[in-house]
Design a protein around this ligand. Structure first.
Ligand SMILES: Cc1cc2nc3c(=O)[nH]c(=O)nc-3n(C[C@H](O)[C@H](O)[C@H](O)COP(=O)(O)OP(=O)(O)OC[C@H]3O[C@@H](n4cnc5c(N)ncnc54)[C@H](O)[C@@H]3O)c2cc1C
Length: 502
C-alpha cells in the first residue's frame, strides 16, 4: 500500500460534522468532501443559506437577505464560476445611491469617488451640495493644518472629525458606516475598513490628500463594479452548493439545532436539541467507556472525528467555550439586530428611480437606516416585477434596536411604507402595497470594529491549539461573502491538514 492509499483511506475514514448551514458552513463542507471525508451538515433552520435567504413576496421570488457579493479578492466570483453559475452573474445599475436626512429634510446623490464617504475635494459640486459651504470650508482646513507626519489614528470617526469637521462626519461618513456596517464611524478601525489610508496619510500629509491618492490609484485599474449579483437571486448559490454537496455524498440535516459538543474517545459527540428544548439545554452525555463511538442513538447525537462550527457568534461561543480555555462563552459585544422589510408596490411614480438605487440616511434622521430600490438596482428583478416596484427598507444598528422589533405585521408594513415614501420622496399609499415581508437577522460585529482584529487573532490562535476543531463565519472573518468564503476555505484547509497529517 502506498502512502497515497493510506492517505485516501484516512480521508475516507474521517467523519466531519459541520454545525451551521450558512455560506461559511457549506463552503467548508465542500472542502472536506473534496478529499473524500465523510461529511454531515447540521442546520438549525428548515433551510440552508443563513443570511442568504430567498422567499416570495406578492408572488415574486426575491432575495430577502444578502443580495450581492463584493468583487474584492475574486474569491466569491471563483466559487460562482466553479459551481457553473458564471452566466448568471449580473452588475447592479450604476445610478448610485443617495443620502437622506440632510438639513431641511433634503436628500442628495451620494458623491461619487471618495473612501467610506470621505471626499478628496470638499469643494466638488456633489460634495458641497451635501455638506454646504460651511462644511466645505471646515473640511478644507485639513489642507492648511500642520501636515500629518504619521497616520496612526485607529478610530475612523475621530480621524474624520478632527481633520474634516462634523458635516463630513455626520452627512457623508456616518450614513455609509451605518448603512454598510450598522456601526458608528467612531467604532470603525481605519486600517480594517480602509486599508492603505493611514499610509497614504503619512505620504500626503492631509486626509483629503490621502483619499485623492487612493482614488487615483483605483482609477488606474480596469473599471468594474465593486459588487455583483446573480440573476434569479443569491439563493442560487446556496442551491448549487447544496446540490454539489448532495452529489458528493454529504449528508445534510436541516431542522437540527445543535445544543452540545462533548469530547468523546478520539473525537467529538455532537448533540442535537430535543424537540421543544431550547438550543444550549440538555447536554448529551459522553459515551460510556468501552462503547464504540458511533451514531449513538441514531438521531440525537453524532460522533465526529472533526467538528467545524459555522454558526453565528453566540451559538459558536456557547459550543466552543467549554473546550477552549480562554475563549469567553459570551461575545464581548453582541452584534446588531437587523430587520429587513421587503415591499412590492404598484407605484409608477418610482419608474424614474427618484433616488437612484437606494438611500442611506444621516443617523437619527429617520427610523429606517437604509433603503434599496431593488427594481432600480437589478435588471433581473425589474423584468420579473413587470412594472411593479420592489423596495427593501432596513432597520436596526449597533446602537438602536430595529424600530420594527415590537410591531405586529400590519404595523411593520405601515412603518416600512411610510419610511419608503419619506426616503424616496414620493407619496405611497396603503392601497399601492401589494405585499410586505419582514425578515429578522442577527448580524456579526463588523471585522472593521476597533479592537476586533486583536480579538479575532486571539480566538484563532486558541482554536488552532485545540485538535479536531475549527470555526468559520462572519464573526471571525468579517461581514460579507467576500470575507466569509475565502476564510471558510482557508479554515477548512487548516483543519483538514491537521486531521490528515497530524
Ligand atoms: C440582511 C443582510 C443582508 C446582507 N447583505 C449582504 C450582501 O448583499 N452581500 C454580502 O456580501 N453580504 C451581505 N450580508 C452579510 C452576509 O450575508 C453574511 O456575512 C454571511 O452570509 C454570513 O455567513 P455565515 O455562514 O457566517 O453565517 P450565517 O449565514 O448566519 O449562517 C449561520 C447558520 O448557522 C445556523 N445555526 C445557528 N445556530 C445553530 C445551531 N446551534 N445548530 C445548527 N445550526 C445553527 C443558522 O441557522 C444559520 O443557517 C448581509 C447580511 C445580512 C444580515
Amino acid at each position: 500500500m502506498t502512502d497515497l492509499d493510506g492517505l485516501y483511506r484516512h480521508a475516507h475514514g474521517t467523519r466531519v460534522v459541520v454545525i451551521g448551514g450558512g455560506i461559511g458552513g457549506l463552503v467548508a463542507a465542500r472542502e472536506f468532501a473534496k478529499v473524500g471525508m465523510v461529511v454531515t451538515v447540521l442546520e438549525a433552520g428548515d433551510r440552508l443559506g443563513g443570511a442568504i435567504r430567498g422567499g416570495e413576496v406578492a408572488g415574486l421570488e426575491l432575495d430577502l437577505g444578502a443580495e450581492s457579493f463584493a468583487t474584492r479578492g475574486g474569491h466569491v466570483r471563483a466559487l460562482v464560476d466553479e459551481l457553473g453559475l458564471g452566466d448568471a452573474v449580473v452588475e447592479p445599475d450604476r445610478a448610485g445611491a443617495w443620502v437622506a436626512g440632510l438639513p431641511g429634510g433634503r436628500a442628495e446623490p451620494l458623491p461619487k469617488g471618495g473612501v467610506l464617504g470621505i471626499p478628496a475635494n470638499p469643494f466638488a459640486e456633489d460634495v458641497r451640495r451635501v455638506i454646504g459651504w460651511g462644511g466645505a470650508w471646515r473640511a478644507y482646513l485639513d489642507r492648511l493644518r500642520p501636515p500629518l507626519t504619521i497616520g496612526h489614528e485607529h478610530s475612523l470617526g475621530r480621524l474624520v472629525e478632527s481633520r474634516l469637521g462634523s458635516a463630513v462626519l455626520d452627512r457623508l461618513v456616518a450614513p455609509v458606516t451605518t448603512g454598510v456596517y450598522s456601526a458608528r464611524p467612531h467604532d470603525i478601525d481605519v486600517d480594517a475598513a480602509a486599508p492603505g489610508l493611514n499610509a497614504a496619510l503619512t505620504r500626503a500629509g492631509s486626509l483629503t490628500g490621502a483619499v485623492a491618492e487612493l482614488t487615483a490609484a483605483r482609477q488606474g485599474k480596469a473599471p468594474g463594479s465593486a459588487v455583483l449579483g446573480l440573476a434569479g437571486g443569491m439563493g442560487r448559490l446556496v442551491a448549487a452548493l447544496e446540490s454539489e454537496l448532495a452529489s458528493a455524498g454529504v449528508e445534510i440535516r436541516t431542522g437540527t439545532p445543535v445544543a452540545s459538543l462533548e469530547r468523546a474517545a478520539g473525537g467529538w459527540l455532537v448533540g442535537a436539541a430535543r424537540d421543544g428544548e431550547p438550543e444550549g439545554a440538555g447536554l448529551t452525555p459522553p459515551p460510556a467507556e468501552g462503547v464504540e463511538p458511533s451514531d449513538l442513538d441514531g438521531e440525537r447525537s453524532l460522533f465526529a472525528d472533526v467538528v467545524l462550527v459555522a454558526t453565528e457568534e453566540a451559538a459558536a461561543r456557547r459550543l466552543l467555550a467549554p473546550h477552549i480555555e480562554g475563549l469567553a462563552a459570551e461575545a464581548p459585544l453582541p452584534g446588531p439586530a437587523v430587520d429587513i422589510v421587503t415591499l412590492v408596490l404598484e407605484a409608477p411614480e418610482l419608474d424614474a428611480a427618484p433616488r437612484g438605487t437606494g438611500v442611506l440616511t444621516v443617523p437619527g434622521s429617520s427610523r429606517a437606516k437604509a433603503l434599496t430600490h431593488v427594481t432600480a438596482k437589478w435588471a433581473w428583478v425589474r423584468e420579473r416585477a413587470a412594472g411593479r416596484h420592489v423596495v427593501r427598507v432596513s432597520f436596526g444598528t449597533q446602537d438602536e434596536a430595529p424600530a420594527t422589533s415590537r410591531l405586529d405585521r400590519d404595523e411593520v408594513a405601515e412603518l416600512a411604507l411610510a419610511e419608503a415614501a419619506g426616503l424616496l420622496g414620493v407619496p405611497l399609499r396603503r392601497r399601492q402595497l401589494l405585499g410586505a415581508r419582514l425578515e429578522r437577522f442577527a448580524q456579526s460585529q463588523p471585522a472593521s470594529r476597533v479592537g476586533h482584529r486583536d480579538e479575532t487573532e486571539r480566538t484563532r490562535a486558541l482554536l488552532a491549539s485545540t485538535p479536531g476543531i475549527g470555526a468559520v463565519g462572519a464573526w471571525l472573518a468579517g461581514t460579507g461573502l467576500a470575507q466569509v468564503v475565502p476564510d471558510a476555505i482557508a479554515e477548512a484547509d487548516r483543519v483538514r491538514r491537521a486531521a490528515l497529517f497530524g
